[in-house]
Ligand binder design. Structure first.
Ligand SMILES: Cc1ncc(COP(=O)(O)O)c(C=O)c1O
Length: 435
C-alpha cells in the first residue's frame, strides 16, 4: 500500500500525520524477560497503591498512637481481667448473665470438645450436621417460640445472612438509622433498595413507608435492644405499621436475648408479640456465654435460608464446644433465674450512680449503658482515666456513633460484685474531673 494512501486521522491530510508519541512506534522485538519485567513493574505499582493506603490510613495511625483497642489481656476470671500486670474490672463485655465462667458451661464445652473434637472442619451442606447442632437449634426454636432455627459460627454471620438471604433486588428494606454494622452489610449484599427511618421512630417509619413503592416486597429491619444506645425498640408500634404495609419483619435481638422478658426470651417476650416478628436473629456471644449466632423463624423460612444463604452453605459450622457452651447457658438461664434478677439489680444501681454524677446515659433502658461525652476530645481522657483507675471500657466515636454522640460504651453483668460497683463509681467520679 503506497504511504500516502493511509487513512488519515481526520485532522491531518492523508500521509502527513506526525509519528505518534509512542516509544515503541517501530518496536524492535522485545525479549520475554523485558516483557516480564514491564508487567511486574506495572503490577507492583498497583500493589503499592494498596500498601500505601494501609500505611497512610489516618484511623489506623490514630488507633496505634493512642492504642485504645485490641489491648492484650494476660488473663481473665469472671469480671476481672489482668492487663499490664494490673487487675481491672471488665465493664465492656456483653456477658450479661455472667455465665461464661459458670462451671456447668465450662464443663459442657470441655466434654463436647473431648467427644467431637475442636472443629467441624467444614460446612454442614458438605460435611453434614452433627447431633449437637440440631439439639441446640431445637432448644433455641422452642425457647423463642418459633418452629425452627439455624445456628452459625458467628453472630455477625447469622444476622448479616438473615437480611442478605431474604431481601433481593427490587425489594425495599425499611431500616432504622442506627442499625448494627452486620445488618448494613446484609442490606448491601441483598442489592435491595434501602429506606432509612429515624432511630426508633414509628412516625418516621410510617412517613417513609407511605412514600415508598407500594408494589415492592418490603422488609422491616430493627434491633430489639440497640447495642450502643441501650434503647429498646418500640416494637408494638413499629410492627403494627409494618403489618399495615405487609412488611416481612426481621429482628436482631443480640442484646435483648437473655436480658428482656420474664425468662430472658428477649424483646418479643418483653412486649408479648412474638407472632408479629417473622425472623429473630442474634448472637450466642452475649447472654449465652459462647460465640456463634442463630436465626429463628417458621420452618419454611429456615429451610429457604438453608437452601439459599451463601454464608450458611459455604462457611464451616459452629464447633461442638461453642454449641455446648450455649446449650448449657440456655438451660441455666431457665433453671436459675437469679442471674437475670441480679443483672437488673446491678443495672439499676449502676445507672442511679451515673445519673447522680450528672452523666448522660442517652436514656438507656437496658444493661447496655453508654456514657455520652459528645466529642472524641472528651472521650479519650475519660476512657484513659477509667483505665488508670482499673476500669476497662471501650470508646465509640463518630462515625461509629452519630456525630455529637461520641461515647464510652459500658455493659453491666450479673457477675459484677458490690465491691466492683463501688470501685466503678469512684473511677467515674475521678474520670469526670479529667474533663
Ligand atoms: C446488635 C448486634 N448484632 C449482631 C452482633 C454480632 O454478634 P457477634 O459479635 O456474636 O458476631 C453484634 C455484636 O456485637 C451486635 O451488637
Amino acid at each position: 500500500m503506497p504511504r500516502n494512501s493511509r487513512r488519515g486521522c481526520g485532522a491531518c491530510p492523508a500521509g502527513t500525520e506526525k509519528p505518534r508519541a509512542f516509544p515503541f512506534a517501530n518496536p524492535a522485538p522485545l525479549s520475554p524477560s523485558l516483557i516480564a519485567a514491564m508487567a511486574l513493574s506495572f503490577f507492583i505499582k498497583n500493589k503499592k497503591a494498596v500498601l500505601n493506603r494501609c500505611r497512610d490510613d489516618y484511623a489506623t495511625k490514630m488507633r496505634l498512637k493512642y492504642a485504645p483497642y485490641y489491648l492484650v489481656m494476660e488473663s481473665q476470671k469472671d469480671t476481672t481481667v489482668r492487663l499490664g500486670g494490673r487487675d481491672m474490672i471488665m465493664l465492656s463485655s456483653n456477658d450479661y448473665l455472667g455465665l461464661s465462667f459458670h462451671p456447668k458451661v465450662i464443663e459442657a464445652a470441655n466434654a463436647a470438645t473431648r467427644k467431637w473434637g475442636t472443629s467441624t472442619n467444614g460446612a454442614r451442606s458438605s460435611n453434614g450436621s452433627r447431633a449437637f447442632h440440631v439439639e441446640l437449634e431445637d432448644k433455641l426454636a422452642a425457647f423463642l417460640g418459633k418452629e425452627a432455627c439455624h445456628i452459625h459460627a458467628a453472630g455477625y454471620l447469622s444476622v448479616m445472612t438473615t437480611v442478605a438471604t431474604f431481601a433481593q433486588k427490587g425489594d425495599v428494606i425499611l431500616a432504622d438509622k442506627n442499625l448494627h454494622s452486620c445488618l448494613w452489610d446484609g442490606i448491601r449484599l441483598s442489592l435491595a433498595t434501602v429506606e432509612r427511618f429515624s432511630h426508633n421512630s414509628p412516625d418516621d417509619l410510617r412517613e417513609v413507608l407511605s412514600a415508598s413503592n407500594l408494589d415492592a416486597a418490603k422488609l422491616l429491619v430493627v434491633e430489639g435492644v440497640y447495642s450502643m444506645e441501650g434503647h429498646i425498640a418500640r416494637l408494638p408500634e413499629l410492627t403494627d405499621i409494618g403489618e399495615e404495609y405487609g412488611c416481612f419483619t426481621i429482628l436482631d435481638d443480640a442484646h435483648g436475648f437473655g436480658v428482656l422478658g420474664r425468662q430472658g426470651r428477649g424483646t418479643t417476650e418483653h412486649f408479648g408479640l412474638n407472632d408479629k416478628v417473622d425472623l429473630i436473629c442474634g448472637s450466642l456471644s452475649k447472654s449465652l456465654a459462647s460465640t456463634g449466632g442463630y436465626v429463628a423463624g417458621s420452618r419454611e423460612v429456615i429451610e429457604y435460608l438453608r437452601t439459599n444463604s451463601k454464608q450458611t452453605i459455604f462457611s464451616a459450622a459452629i464447633s461442638a464446644g461453642q454449641t455446648a457452651a450455649a446449650m448449657a447457658a440456655l438451660e441455666i438461664m431457665q433453671a436459675e433465674p437469679q442471674h437475670l434478677e441480679r443483672l437488673w439489680a446491678n443495672t439499676k444501681k449502676y445507672k442511679t450512680m451515673l445519673r447522680g454524677l450528672g452523666l448522660d446515659i442517652w436514656d438507656s433502658e437496658t444493661p447496655a449503658v453508654p456514657i455520652v461525652l459528645g466529642s472524641k476530645e472528651r472521650v479519650y481522657p475519660f476512657w484513659k482515666a477509667l483505665l488508670d483507675k482499673g476500669v476497662f471500657t471501650v470508646m465509640s466515636i463518630a462515625p461509629a456513633v452519630p456525630a455529637g454522640k461520641d461515647l464510652i460504651r459500658t455493659a453491666i453483668s450479673a457477675m459484677h460484685t458490690e465491691e466492683q460497683l463501688e470501685k466503678i463509681a469512684e473511677a467515674m467520679a475521678f474520670a469526670l474531673k479529667k474533663l
